[in-house]
Design a protein around this ligand. Structure first.
Ligand SMILES: Cc1ncc(COP(=O)(O)O)c(C=O)c1O
Length: 475
């Protein structure tokens, strides 16, 4: 191991490994697990070969092999002959992010629980009927359309073209929600050890997908008006990223909107750096103001590798699982292929429903805006009355309030709120890098009739939280 430049690091990292209890193998396993949870060992990082680590630690090679096997069996590392042992992208980490983030679900917990962790529109009986009728068209179809129903791709291409982004149907690929689009893009363009830029905080589904590729993530801070192009430019120069993820319009979770001038500058930077960039438009249609949001970032640099990602999940219903990506010509081949390989195409009934819904996009947008803006006003009014010490800005769109608590401890608060029948994610879990633990993301998509009760539960949990100061109170 003397020739390995990493030897001092491993020696320091494992300096205390013998101090634990149990067999040598157990102690080594525990020490490596601690390295991962504390963040000293990063997802994707390669562990030393058994034959090099054994002499450094003064143990037999079989002890190291057994420890690695144990870690592999429990999901902490991945092992592949020829490429070695790497920290698994999904290994547990100590940040509140991973311990609190549960699989996306609704309706699995007690009926009475009010779930603020997901933000999806509720569906009315009339909407259900409309969807059932529209899905019938699927049964006259040939069954496989790997890149999406041709008519749907054409409608989506038309809608981009009308909004200033000339698009051919071949550039549109229909996906299973925006999430699959993000996942296919990250999986195709990122390799372990690559660098990637994301806003911080941001949509956690994107953070997890990017992290799972083994790429190293860097956060561009989101201020009151989105990201600062200078920060972005600095990170591009410093790290040479392979992919960026941006939500310029009604950002999840902060609701911020990037002004037109900043879009123009970012678009120029992206074009100069030849940096493939996802522009996530999932919330684009949820503006409440009379004036529409600025034009998409991609319209400022039509030749750049910006991939627009959209979805019907927030506009209509997430259960449809209909999303799409609009690909620049250079990426249409590889990403079209990625979608084909993933599933041979999305569900036809869902795509027929999407086609029917998009027939009248303006009224779809209008209906949704009216519902969401009324819910936002109700929730923000209730919070101002019952939790005046919580601060937040009301944004012009999106579906969340980004709450700042008067003191740290948002993660502990989310645990404490659970017995009051409220599910919450701490805002810090939406940071690419550690964020101050004083934010909460509250969506206003719950049934409005239940919002008063939800706020009263939050108030009761908050009183409880304040009566029991935690460690953070001492800081
Ligand atoms: C910004 C953003 N992108 C993507 C998604 C995923 O949406 P879909 O349901 O279409 O997969 C969400 C859902 O919360 C989101 O907020």
């Amino acid at each position: 191991m003397t020739a390995d430049p990493d030897t001092p690091r491993w020696a320091a990292l494992l300096a205390e490994w013998r101090r634990g209890s149990g067999t040598l193998q157990t102690r080594l396993t525990t020490a490596l697990q601690e390295g991962v949870t504390t963040g000293h060992l990063r997802p994707g990082e390669r562990l030393p070969a058994e034959r090099t680590l054994a002499p450094l630690l003064g143990v037999s090679r079989s002890t190291v092999v057994a420890a690695y096997d144990d870690l592999a069996a429990t999901g902490w590392v991945t092992r592949r002959v020829g490429s070695g042992t790497h920290v698994s992208p999904t290994a547990p980490r100590s940040s509140p992010v991973m311990t609190l983030r549960t699989p996306v679900t609704s309706g699995r917990h007690a009926e009475d629980t009010l779930d603020f962790t997901i933000a999806v529109p509720l569906i009315t009986p009339a909407q259900q009927e409309r969807m059932t009728a529209a899905s019938q068209g699927a049964f006259q179809e040939s069954v496989y359309h790997p890149h999406g129903l041709p008519e749907l791709r054409a409608v989506l291409a038309d809608s981009y073209t009308r909004e200033g982004l000339p698009t051919r149907p071949e550039q549109v690929v229909v996906t299973s929600g925006a999430q699959q689009a993000i996942s296919l893009i990250a999986g195709t363009l990122l390799r372990r050890g690559d660098h990637a830029l994301l806003e911080t905080p941001t949509y956690f589904g994107a953070i997890d997908v990017f992290r799972a590729t083994g790429a190293e993530l860097h956060g561009v801070p989101v201020g009151e008006r989105g990201v600062n192009p200078d920060d972005f430019a600095h990170l591009v120069r410093a790290h040479g990223p392979r992919l960026a993820f941006l939500t310029p319009t009604f950002q999840n979770p902060t609701g911020t909107v990037l002004p037109a001038r900043a879009r123009e500058r970012l678009a120029a930077l992206i074009a100069d750096a030849h940096l493939p960039t996802i522009e996530d438009d999932t919330l684009y249609d949820l503006g409440f103001a009379d004036t529409p949001p600025p034009a998409r970032l991609s319209t400022f640099a039509p030749g750049a590798s910006v991939i627009n990602v959209g979805s019907l999940s927030k506009l209509y219903w997430a259960g449809l699982r209909v999303g799409w990506m609009r690909l620049p010509a250079t990426l249409a081949g590889p990403l079209g292929q990625a979608k084909t390989l993933a599933d041979f195409g999305g569900s036809l009934p869902s795509q027929h429903i999407a086609l029917n819904l998009l027939d009248d996009l303006p009224s779809l947008r209008q209906e949704r805006r009216e519902k969401v803006s009324a819910a936002r006003d109700l929730l923000s009014g209730l919070l101002r009355i019952h939790l005046p010490e919580w601060t937040f800005r009301t944004s012009d769109g999106g579906q969340y309030l980004w709450i700042e608590l008067p003191s740290p401890g948002a993660s502990r608060f989310t645990h404490l709120a659970a017995p009051y029948g409220v599910r919450l994610f701490p805002g810090a879990s939406m940071g690419v890098e550690p964020l101050p633990d004083r934010y909460l993301r509250l969506p206003f998509t719950l049934d409005p009739a239940r919002l008063p009760e939800a706020v009263m539960r939050l108030r009761a949990a908050w009183d409880d939280f304040q009566a029991r100061p935690g460690q953070e109170g001492l800081a």
